[in-house]
Design a protein around this ligand. Structure first.
Ligand code: ADP
Ligand code: MG
Length: 342
């Protein structure tokens, strides 16, 4: 197409934890959704991975911000700075003579209010998007997993991100039932911080707690494949003495400390199933329920959910990128998919 030279097309998964951008079917950016800002000038000094390294290690002159911390744009300025910065980063890789006009598809949480939707749209437009389409994240996840979202058939996805867990039943290109709860990766991380304070008298930051979650995170007390290297040794100040101490954390402990939060997800999944029309429900029983998002990587999650709900759960391939892949598929079909919002 003659115009493609001037029109740049990007599919953006603007996640609360990670932003992933696809261009021409390829991942051109995958970075934590964090910006570091100079408190005096208000300017962005680092983005993504670089900013994440500064997180919890700043001085009063610098702050790190996660613009989407609770599943929605919490800090409009920072969000715009971040989107703009990421798009610039993508462009610096292939320099063009003209500043191209930008067509983007951006994923948004299914529970977004009008105001929140507007905030994402405005941020994307201010960051240079001329043609901005929005897609609900569970719809994008379903597309990315490879489900036929337009079929007269019930499909169910559970996307467990950083700020929110999105649960949705999809049929005929629309979301039939959904729930969006703020129990997700960030909560699991703070569950671990709380547990370490209570049980091991040790204080750890979010960054370390997240490392523990990734290294030995589990949701059932008996895993078939135990994580290696197990157990995880964490060092921190003893709460009483401030002396450095080591604590050894096993996956069983993590399964125990995440139990309440995982139970909230189960309740919400059951609630969505309860209100699903019976014909769609029977499709779901037949096909199973698909898990995506970083939280889907918790060990034993599909097994635990399957036992609780009595329906088979499947973890998507490369769950951290399912929404981005789906957003990319949507970008190629903007003319055909009626569920895209302009
Ligand atoms: P979002 O879409 O909100 O940006 P993601 O789908 O990218 O979220 O998932 C990020 C979340 O997944 C973070 O809370 C992160 O700690 C968590 N996560 C990433 N990898 C793992 C893992 N291996 N085990 C458990 N949680 C993980
Ligand atoms: Mg996501």
């Amino acid at each position: 197409m003659a115009f493609s030279f001037f029109t740049q097309e990007l599919a953006i998964d603007l996640g609360t934890a990670n932003t992933v951008i696809f261009q021409n079917d390829q991942i051109v950016l995958d970075e934590p959704s964090i910006v570091a800002i100079d408190n005096n000038t208000g300017k962005c000094i680092a983005l993504g991975q670089k900013a994440k390294l500064m997180h919890e290690k700043t001085n009063p002159g610098i702050k790190t911000v996660r613009p989407l911390k609770d599943g929605v744009i919490a800090d409009f300025n920072a969000a715009e700075m971040m989107i703009r910065g990421f798009i610039k980063q993508v462009n610096s890789k292939h320099r063009t003579l003209f500043s191209p006009s930008l067509k983007v598809v951006v994923g948004i949480p299914s529970g977004s209010t009008e105001v929140e939707i507007r905030a994402v749209r405005d941020s994307s437009e201010h960051a240079g998007g001329r043609d901005v389409y929005l897609i609900y994240e569970p719809m994008a996840a379903a597309l990315g997993i490879g489900l036929d979202v337009e079929a007269p058939k019930g499909n169910m996805v559970v996307d467990i991100g950083g700020g929110t867990t999105e649960i949705a039943v999809i049929s005929l290109g629309g979301i039939v039932q959904q729930d969006s709860i703020r129990t997700a990766g960030d909560v699991f991380t703070s569950d671990i911080q709380y547990y370490l304070r209570q049980q091991h008298n040790i204080k750890v930051g979010e960054t370390t707690a997240e490392k523990i979650k990734i290294a030995v995170g589990a949701v059932i007390p008996e895993l078939q494949d135990e994580p290696e290297p197990e157990p995880f040794v964490v060092r921190g100040p003893n709460l009483m003495t401030a002396h450095p101490v080591d604590a050894t954390i096993t996956y069983q402990e993590i399964a125990h400390c995440l139990d309440k939060s995982i139970a909230k997800l189960e309740a919400s999944i059951l609630h969505v199933l309860e209100s699903t029309p019976p014909e769609l429900y029977s499709d779901i029983v037949e096909n199973g329920i698909f898990l995506s998002g970083g939280g889907a990587l918790l060990r034993g999650l599909a097994q635990r959910f399957s036992e609780k709900v009595n329906i088979q759960f499947h973890v998507a391939e490369d769950p951290l990128r399912a929404v981005a892949r789906g957003t990319c598929i949507a970008l190629k079909n903007v003319e055909n998919y009626s569920f895209l919002m302009r």
